[in-house]
Design a protein around this ligand. Structure first.
Ligand code: CMX
Length: 435
């Protein structure tokens, strides 16, 4: 057993007992009520899931195992000589519920580098798709093709006991995380660089190596990638991608297919695909206005036009958050430091000054503030990663960190198959009309 797994296995018995004791003591307590309008409104605000890795506060934003993004920027280990924290660290924290030290993150990096070999048929599956297929289609095809390697699926067929499910899930989760950058980079180079692929550099960290395989070798881009992969890692359990992974995983589907289900959710424009939509929307605005830095008034008019056409302004709003997303702020701080005069950054900043007031004036939008996707494309465009159809794949690579740590915990805690009840409008009407 490798050192990370050994350490993880040493903490799980205590956690299982803690949860069992808690549920047996407080299992009948009530934590909320369900209103009819919540059933018709995407279950907003309904506490219905356990997700140990992170928790979203509507005013403050995300906390990973209790730590906010600014706190983690202080506390997590950084790449030697760098200023941005390593995504390996946030994974370690979410998995172990403990802050890592430098050795811990180095061990995670090395562990993933050892696991990173992608079986050849995965590339063949991707190559069978036209290059014009959306990168998320190729990503889902590639990562689900890795299922041939699933330890969980193999052990289940061989009759593994329930209490050991976590172990092959851990193996699959670690292998999947390790392999995703290679699969993603393969798609990127295939679609946009004539299939001129770049071999991994196993001496680099997970994010640095990903940047390298994409073809971006500057230290600054690597730092940006580490930050990007860290802040997108998890957003509690109820968002579409995390929830889909948990839900599908609850049927004891292996981690590869479960993660594929989540990525199908991430590929929706109201969720992760919004990161590409933001850049598409800004480019549409620039085209309409003939280029250059649009004035506040021009941005306002373009927003109003978008709304009048019955479309959303991508990158703004959130189902839970009610303030500027701290993931937006982290990216803005990075841009202020490394590219304060970049024209697209100036546009993104101006949009931030204009859009909330316009959205607020509609009277129906609960959160007029920017979310993570309002900023991420700008950073990538700055460094020349301009093929925005690819952006959601980057989000997906990062999202593996939180969702795979969660899935391992689901198996540790023996989370049962998820099966909420549903009702019909007819039945509800009968119940309440008779009152
Ligand atoms: N532009 C225009 N209208 C918006 C809007 C926006 N950015 N955000 C919300 N609205 C609208 C909703 O479509 C809804 O309209 P109807 O009542 O006509 O259906 C109304 O305002 C109320 O919505 P809400 O309760 O404030 O928001 P929801 O919880 O329903 O939806 C979200 C949240 C993110 C889907 C929505 O704000 C949105 O569509 N934003 C733009 C897309 C986006 O940036 N998504 C990325 C989110 C982060 C992520 O997952 O990556």
């Amino acid at each position: 057993m490798d050192k990370i797994k050994e350490k993880f296995s040493s903490i799980i018995d205590g956690s299982i007992k803690e949860v069992k004791d808690f549920v047996s003591q407080y299992g009948d307590e009530v934590i909320g009520e369900i209103k009819i309008n919540q059933l018709y409104a995407g279950m907003r605000g309904m506490p219905a899931l356990i997700c140990e890795t992170s928790k979203l506060d509507n005013e403050e934003g995300i906390r990973f195992r209790g730590y906010s993004i600014p706190e983690l920027q202080e506390k997590l280990p950084k790449y030697p000589g760098g200023e941005q924290v390593l995504p390996e660290g946030i994974f370690y924290l979410m998995l172990m519920n403990e802050l890592p030290n430098d050795d811990d993150v180095r061990r995670v990096s090395n562990n993933w580098a050892r696991r990173a070999i992608v079986p050849h048929h995965v590339f063949n599956v991707i190559d069978a798709l036209p290059k014009t297929a959306h990168p998320m289609t190729q990503f889902i095809a590639g990562l689900t093709a890795c299922r041939t390697e699933s330890e969980f699926q193999k052990d289940y067929r061989e009759g593994i006991s329930k209490s050991d499910y976590w172990s092959p899930t851990f193996e699959d989760a670690m292998n999947l995380i390790a392999r995703l950058p290679r699969i993603a980079a393969y798609i990127y180079r295939r679609c946009y660089h004539n299939g001129d692929h770049i071999e991994p550099d196993s001496k680099l960290d997970w994010g640095g190596n990903f940047a390298h395989m994409l073809g971006f070798d500057s230290d600054e881009f690597k730092e940006m990638m580490r930050m990007y992969l860290t802040i997108h890692a998890d957003h509690e359990g109820g968002n579409v991608s995390a929830h889909a992974i948990h839900l599908v995983g609850s049927a004891l589907t292996d981690p590869y297919l479960s993660f594929g289900a989540g990525m199908a959710g991430l590929a929706g424009p109201l969720h992760g695909l919004a990161n590409q939509e933001v850049i598409r929307w800004i480019q549409g605005m620039k085209k309409d206005l003939g280029g250059g830095l649009p004035s506040k008034e021009q941005i306002a008019n373009y927003c109003k036009k978008t709304l009048a056409e019955g479309k959303v302004i991508p990158g703004f709003g959130h189902a839970v958050l009610r303030k500027t997303d701290p993931r937006y702020t982290a990216q803005r701080e990075f841009a202020l430091k490394f590219m304060p005069h970049d024209e697209l950054f100036l546009i993104v900043s101006r949009i931030y000054e204009v859009v909330p007031e316009i959205l607020e004036a509609t009277g129906k939008i609960k959160n007029p503030w920017p979310n993570v996707d309002a900023h991420s494309g700008q950073l990538l465009m700055h460094y020349g990663l301009t093929e925005y159809d690819f952006y959601t794949v980057l989000f997906g690579v990062s999202r593996s960190l939180g969702t795979m740590a969660s899935l391992v915990w689901d198996r540790v805690l023996g989370m049962p198959i998820e099966r909420p009840g549903s009702t019909t409008t007819e039945l509800l009407k009968k119940k309440f009309n008779s009152k």
